[in-house]
Design a protein around this ligand. Structure first.
Ligand SMILES: O=P(O)(O)O[C@@H]1[C@@H](OP(=O)(O)O)[C@H](OP(=O)(O)O)[C@H](O)[C@H](OP(=O)(O)O)[C@H]1OP(=O)(O)O
Ligand SMILES: Nc1ncnc2c1ncn2[C@@H]1O[C@H](COP(=O)(O)OP(=O)(O)OP(=O)(O)O)[C@@H](O)[C@H]1O
Length: 472
């Protein structure tokens, strides 16, 4: 999708993108966009809550306008995204609220707005018995994937961020996770001021983490009366305040939803921390072995995201054979594809079928299909982003209906939203299966093997100087 925001009118336009020469008809484009809107409206709103999801609407624009827009934005597009072309032939686009602005207001606001976008990724460790490698029960996918990404050149340095810390609900762990995101934003953190990116990567290249520059932008928000002198202490204080505000808004409950009480899996079933997390390692180094996981408040967006992610109950290793079962069935009965609602329509009936959480395989295609569709929802929730918009307000301005977060010298009204909720395609499952194998094998071969070597040499050193006392 190509996303453009119109700051004054406060809307964002999303256009379909596709590989060059894959010419889609206008009807196909319209159908695809309608599916995206329906999926947000009938499915994701149920999982995440009415206020957190903005499904948008389809609009038709004059072709001349679209072509000019395309020419204007082309030089701005990162090279890595140019493998696909924006659709300029149909005139159809999705119109969404600009989530870098406050969603509690229905009109354009002209007060300053700060917006933090976080792509938290998968916040749990697989608990499925189908997992074949023990390491997957100990180290989370994000932390393992970091090593492969650095080796492949996607990022220059690994990040210390671990999603399990962010999703832990424990403030100390969440602070550590957010600080790590601020150190290495990669594609997991962006900060906008009045709709403009002021921190984070524009594309996949190396990002600069200039905290002084960030603090300069943030100072009027957090210390409006200018009472804070500049310098490293000031920067640290402002970053701390920012982390505090993000934590509080992430833990706030500003919505309820239909699937709210649907508990996919008791969180206690899986491990609540990741052995590779730098926070965890530090604790172990300090002789503490108990990692706190306070749990997330049920109404907060992180909780909803985690519950949706946990629809992946079987792990890709347990899911892949079920996908193959559906595939085999479709090879025999290709005309059934639409009855099975593989590519939509994403309506009430589609949503209802997702609520069957049984993991007892009765050998049917129906069972396999339900698990495949739940897995696609989970994949979507593992790749979505959270937007937090903050706007300073004075004490007498803040009405009781608007959520407020306080810092030491200021107060903000805020809104929390989720974006990029396009359902992951059915066809991507084989890719997921292969990628999972690559991530785990790379980690076992290149990281764990080295860790084991270090541990065993440590063990050897310890052994050499151990005094064995015999009874006399
Ligand atoms: O598989 P992952 O975890 O690497 O996730 C992909 C993302 O990479 P990330 O790890 O977040 O840097 C990847 O992010 P980037 O485009 O690299 O910023 C995409 O979001 C991709 O989704 P899609 O295939 O374009 O629909 C994501 O692919 P899906 O797995 O969600 O399909
Ligand atoms: N409604 C919105 N309001 C403000 N910003 C938005 C909105 N939707 C998207 N964006 C911004 O545009 C970025 C890209 O949007 P999105 O992730 O939805 O595109 P995409 O379709 O996944 O793109 P790609 O296919 O290139 O990955 C987001 O990370 C966010 O910064």
């Amino acid at each position: 999708m190509e996303t453009l925001s119109d700051y004054e009118r406060c809307v964002v336009l999303r256009f379909l993108k596709s590989p060059p020469n894959q010419n889609k008809t206008s009807e196909e484009i319209l159908h695809h966009l309608q599916n995206i809107v329906d999926f947000g409206k009938h499915v994701m709103k149920q999982f995440f809550g009415e206020n957190y999801v903005h499904h948008g609407e389809i609009i038709q624009l004059p072709l001349d306008f679209v072509r000019q827009l395309c020419l204007k934005i082309q030089p701005e597009r990162p090279e890595s995204r140019c493998d696909k072309d924006m659709d300029t032939l149909s005139g159809y686009a999705m119109c969404l609220p600009n989530l870098t602005r406050l969603q509690t207001y229905r009109f354009v606001e002209h007060r300053p707005i700060l917006c933090i976008e976080i792509k938290p990724k998968c916040g749990f460790i697989p608990f499925s018995s189908h997992v074949s490698q023990e390491i997957k029960h100990k180290v989370c996918r994000y932390c393992m994937h970091q090593h492969l990404k650095v080796a492949n050149g996607k990022w220059k340095r690994p990040s210390k961020y671990c999603p399990l810390d962010l999703f832990s609900g424990n403030k100390q762990r969440m602070h550590f996770a957010l600080k790590s995101l601020l150190q290495e934003a990669q594609n997991n953190l962006k900060i906008f001021k009045n709709g403009e990116l002021i921190y984070g990567c524009r594309d996949d290249q190396d990002c600069v983490s200039d905290w002084n520059e960030l603090a300069r932008h943030l100072k009027p928000f957090f210390f409006p009366s200018n009472g804070l002198v500049s310098g490293p202490h000031c920067t640290r204080t402002i970053v701390k305040e920012l982390i505090h505000v993000i934590t509080m808004t992430l833990l706030s409950s500003t919505d309820a939803c239909r699937a709210g009480d649907m508990k996919t899996v008791p969180i206690s079933q899986g491990r609540s921390y990741c052995e590779a997390s730098a926070f965890n390692k530090e604790l172990v180094r300090n002789g503490k072995h108990k990692l706190e996981s306070s749990g997330l408040p049920r109404g907060c967006l992180l909780y909803k995201t985690l519950q949706a992610q946990m629809l992946d109950m079987l792990d890709i290793e347990g899911l892949y054979p079920l996908y193959s079962r559906v595939e085999q069935y479709l090879e025999e009965f290709p005309e059934e594809r639409s009855t099975l609602q593989i590519d939509g329509p994403y309506n009430e009936a589609f949503y209802e079928k997702l609520l069957d959480l049984s993991t007892e395989d009765d050998g049917t295609v129906a069972f396999a299909l339900t698990k495949v569709q739940q897995y696609r929802i989970a994949m979507t929730a593992k790749d979505c982003s959270i937007m937090i918009a903050l706007s300073p307000c004075l004490q007498d301005e803040c009405s009781e209906q608007r959520p407020v977060v306080l810092t030491s010298k200021s107060r903000f009204t805020f809104s929390v939203s989720v974006l990029d909720l396009d359902l992951k395609p059915y066809e991507s499952i084989p890719h997921q299966y292969k990628l999972d194998g690559k991530i785990v094998n790379y980690y076992l071969k290149n990281v764990q093997a080295k860790d084991d070597a270090v541990m065993s040499s440590l063990f050897k050193e310890n052994e050499d100087c151990t005094l064995v006392l015999h009874k006399v």
